[in-house]
Design a protein around this ligand. Structure first.
Ligand code: ZN
Length: 146
């Protein structure tokens, strides 16, 4: 993994797929929670709208974003990952993912828990790019804290 090249990340099948065909881009019918995050330094932005089916179950997510491939893939992957979770579970996933991105070793990453989001983990070897992968999570936290 120490030989990871940034181009390999851009060529990753999952990243490419989510970047070219972002999921959940239709507006939600009823917006219960919304969150935004913007990185003025690179122009990345992420906006989420969330509808809840019961008090705290995430029924649907709408993702809108702009910026680089990693940012777009991250927002799309996140929107898929949190659908069907409770707010508590989504926060737990957020904490685990952000922790995984900040840890220097690869062994402590719980790939089973984070699922397809694993595709983003190698971004952590590129400090200038970490913010691109984490911006969507700031937007999620913004939504969940409202
Ligand atoms: Zn970016």
């Amino acid at each position: 993994m120490d030989q990871t090249n940034i181009d390999d990340i851009y060529r990753d099948r999952v990243i490419l797929d989510h970047c070219r065909n972002p999921r959940n881009t239709l507006p939600v019918e009823r917006c219960d929670l919304s969150g935004d995050a913007v990185n003025p330094f690179c122009g990345d932005e992420v906006h989420f709208q969330i509808s809840l089916s019961s008090k705290d179950l995430i029924e649907n997510v709408s993702f809108a974003g702009d910026g680089c491939a990693i940012n777009m893939a991250s927002g799309s992957l996140l929107s898929e990952a949190v659908k069907g979770l409770t707010i508590g579970e989504a926060s737990e996933l957020s904490i685990k993912f952000v922790e995984s991105m900040r840890k220097s070793d690869d062994l402590s990453v719980d790939h089973e828990f984070i699922g397809e989001l694993s595709a983003l983990i190698s971004v952590k070897h590129f400090p200038v790019r970490i913010k691109c992968a984490l911006l969507a999570w700031s937007a999620l936290e913004d939504a969940l804290s409202t």
